[in-house]
Design a protein around this ligand. Structure first.
Ligand SMILES: *Cc1c(COP(=O)(O)O)cnc(C)c1O
Length: 356
């Protein structure tokens, strides 16, 4: 730390991203990226002509992409905000809507960025424990007197709340913002976008990073009331008006238009996930029910940390979280069928070595 760092940041523990090795070829099942390339339409629009146009600023209103998102989800364009990854959308939302008076709460086991943002923006941390079975108890959030952010499906557990439960949360918190982070909703979950018609305190956040194979393009979006979207724009235009680059606007628009490819890829992942879950259960693993592109699983023989290390020695990366209650689990991103076959074979071998 330099002697210049502002006092208010001295204690922050930044978010730790999953490993992104730039050299060795790993089977990468650790950061929930898609194993499939982006839609072929993306390659068509990101061409030489557009690369030459990088000398020009991008559209600060992101009109083209917002139109595609609005068309896809049947909402109006003034209900859509686009950010440089949904991480930025979340950051702008924390900035816009939370302070010492207007606090925010979230599950204790969830996406790690929520508590990092609390530290960054000087907010009190308000984690609410998950139930014993790792589900979110929606009643903990009813009439809770704070803003709320919940990943649904949740990460890294993969478990979901029903639309009815989310509706109860919305109904009982009319004067607080309820942010539902739907990063994984396309893998078998149910979006709460239809609830926007009835609840003006709802913000739905989604990303292009998982189901649309564009993690490296950094694109995320919020769908909410026009007033809330206006507030997000106020923050954006006070911070980074060109937050989405030209090539990502084109890539995102093309990906959003290719509904068939999106359906194909998400279905493949769902099928591979279900097969992998069965195979792990046959090996004696505990595997939480997943509506996402990952499995949260506990090996019956090897500790979470050892299992993670041994997989890594065998060229397979998964994610291990050194957090109470989940230390013996690992989060396994669903790859291609061939990658998961390899993962299962290595796992079987490791378990056999353990019994010898
Ligand atoms: C991956 C993820 C994000 C971040 O997505 P980006 O759009 O890549 O910033 C947000 N929330 C959850 C729960 C995630 O898993």
């Amino acid at each position: 730390m330099s002697r210049f760092l502002s006092q208010r940041f001295s204690q922050i523990k930044p978010y730790v991203p999953g490993e992104q090795p730039q050299d060795t070829e790993y089977i990468k099942l650790n950061t929930n990226e898609s194993p499939y390339p982006p839609s072929p339409r993306v390659l068509q629009v990101v061409n030489q002509k557009e690369v030459e146009k990088l000398r020009l600023y991008s559209d600060p209103e992101v009109k083209q992409l917002i139109q595609q998102i609005a068309d896809f989800y049947q909402v109006s364009t003034d209900q859509v905000f686009v950010g440089n990854g949904s991480d930025e959308v979340l950051a702008f939302s924390f900035m816009a809507f939370c302070d010492q008076q207007q606090q925010i709460c979230y599950p204790d086991i969830t996406y790690g960025f929520y508590q990092v943002f609390c530290q960054l923006f000087g907010l009190q941390q308000n984690p609410i424990p998950l139930k014993q079975d790792f589900t979110v108890d929606y009643q903990d959030y009813c009439d809770c007197g704070k803003n709320i952010v919940i990943a649904n499906p949740n990460a890294p557990t993969g478990l979901s709340l029903s639309l009815e439960e989310i509706e109860q949360i919305l109904k009982t918190n009319p004067d607080h913002l309820v942010m539902i982070d739907e990063a994984y909703v396309d893998f078998g979950g149910t979006t709460c976008i239809p609830l926007l018609k009835q609840y003006s305190n709802l913000m739905v956040i989604q990303t292009f990073s998982k189901s649309r194979s564009l993690a490296g393009a950094r694109l995320g979006f919020a769908i909410s009331s026009p007033e809330i979207i206006q507030d997000l724009n106020k923050i954006k235009f006070s911070y980074n008006p060109y937050n989405v680059n030209r090539l990502s606007i084109l890539a995102g628009s093309a990906a959003m238009q290719d509904r068939l490819y999106w359906e194909y890829c998400t279905n493949e992942v769902i099928q591979t996930r279900n097969k992998t879950k069965c195979a792990l259960e046959q090996l004696g693993f505990t595997v939480l029910d997943s509506k996402t592109n990952f499995l949260f699983a506990r090996c019956p023989k090897i500790s979470g940390e050892d299992y993670y290390s041994k997989l890594k020695q065998n060229g397979i990366l998964v994610r291990h979280f050194d957090q109470e209650r989940i230390q013996d689990f690992v989060r396994i991103t669903i790859g291609t069928p061939a990658q998961m076959e390899q993962f299962l074979q290595v796992t079987k071998r490791l378990m056999e070595e353990e019994t010898q």
